[in-house]
Design a protein around this ligand. Structure first.
Ligand SMILES: NC(=O)c1ccc[n+]([C@@H]2O[C@H](COP(=O)([O-])OP(=O)(O)OC[C@H]3O[C@@H](n4cnc5c(N)ncnc54)[C@H](OP(=O)(O)O)[C@@H]3O)[C@@H](O)[C@H]2O)c1
Length: 312
């Protein structure tokens, strides 16, 4: 598996990363997920040469981190472990998680994540969402202090705008950025990815399969009860437009004897400025399909055709 630098952190990550949101297993996000399947998927990823595993305390309120900790026992050295801070656990399943990037909160969360992950160092520690209530100077200084103490190795932010990233960098080291980005969700291509490329920041796009839309398995008749039910990409005319795009992309994938999911991963991995897309495979079989997304190249002609299709 191709490896790429994680900004100037000195760490090298695989060109595909495994995301573990679904391993949290809560019914209101991804439905029931079997822990043994989650562990097997992580093992499969490592066996395929994927070393970057992304998780967060909020995924299943600690459960996903515990699953990752369990899965990497005895294989810690094969893994670049990424987790996050800054979202408090909601009091009810209908409440959106409150944000807090205060230094006290970050230090306390880091200790809990280290315990759940059964490790003494987190390789990449990321602010999950910006917190407008806390000056970013305080957040960045707290993260730099954790790094000086050897509890984290690299620092990242997720869901930050270019302006928020530029401000954060004034107050401490920053190595990676995690934005939403896929063939169906291109906003980060406008300014964020070029900014990161110029600034030597790693870009780790999330929902790179658009929550499964880019696997081509959905139809206009499908309805959703999990996290997809609240996602605008799965609603009304936007959903129908996405299905049309995926159908056209499938035709191009078949020219290479690949699936549309493999085409989507290939395109994202090769997108200028992208370091490693995060893919939320839930089972080993899903992961194996995804891995077939690297190791081959699209022709210039097909790239141009894809650009046209994505503008539909
Ligand atoms: N920083 C943030 O705010 C943030 C937000 C979202 C995600 N993330 C990270 O990014 C990761 C990936 O994003 P994501 O989980 O939202 O979405 P994703 O990777 O775009 O899609 C994941 C879903 O696609 C389906 N899938 C994956 N591989 C498949 C295959 N080969 N065949 C058929 N279906 C397949 C599975 O759903 P089903 O089997 O249920 O259909 C899976 O749960 C997360 O796990 C998390 O680590 C971060």
């Amino acid at each position: 598996m191709l490896r790429r630098p994680l900004g100037d952190s000195g760490l090298e990550v695989s060109a595909i990363a495994l995301g573990t949101w679904a391993a949290g297993g809560t019914v209101e996000t991804w439905g029931h997920v079997d822990d043994r399947e989650s562990v097997a998927t992580i093992h499969q990823a490592i066996d395929c040469g994927i070393n970057l595993i992304d998780t967060a305390p909020i995924y299943g309120l600690g459960h996903a981190e515990e699953i990752v900790g369990k899965a990497i026992r005895g294989r810690r050295d094969d893994v670049i472990l990424a987790t996050k801070c800054g979202l408090l656990f909601p009091r009810s399943k209908d409440e959106w998680p409150p944000r807090s990037l205060s230094p006290q909160r970050i230090v306390a969360e880091c200790e809990k994540s280290l315990r759940r992950l059964r490790t003494d160092v987190i390789d990449l520690y990321q602010c999950h969402w910006p917190d407008p209530e806390v000056p970013i100077r305080e957040t960045m200084e707290a993260l730099a202090h954790l790094r000086d103490q050897g509890k984290i190795r690299a620092i990242g932010v997720s869901n930050f705008s270019c302006e928020q990233i530029a401000l954060a960098r004034e107050f401490g080291p920053l190595h990676a950025v995690q934005p939403p980005f896929s063939m169906l969700h291109l906003r980060a291509a406008n300014d964020l990815i070029p900014y990161c490329q110029e600034s030597n920041l790693a870009v780790l796009p999330y929902s790179s399969l658009s929550k499964g839309l880019l696997t081509g398995k959905f139809t206009a008749q499908d309805t959703f009860e999990d996290v997809r039910a609240r996602d605008p990409e799965f609603l009304g005319n936007r959903y129908l437009r996405n299905l049309r795009v995926v159908e056209r992309l499938s035709e191009i994938a078949s020219r290479y004897d690949k699936t549309v999911a493999q085409l989507a991963i290939n395109w994202t991995v090769d997108y200028p400025g992208v370091t490693a897309p995060l893919v939320g495979a839930k089972r080993p079989s899903q992961l194996l399909e995804i891995v077939g997304g690297v190791g081959w190249s699209l022709s210039d002609g097909d790239r141009a055709e894809i650009d046209t299709i994505l503008r539909i």
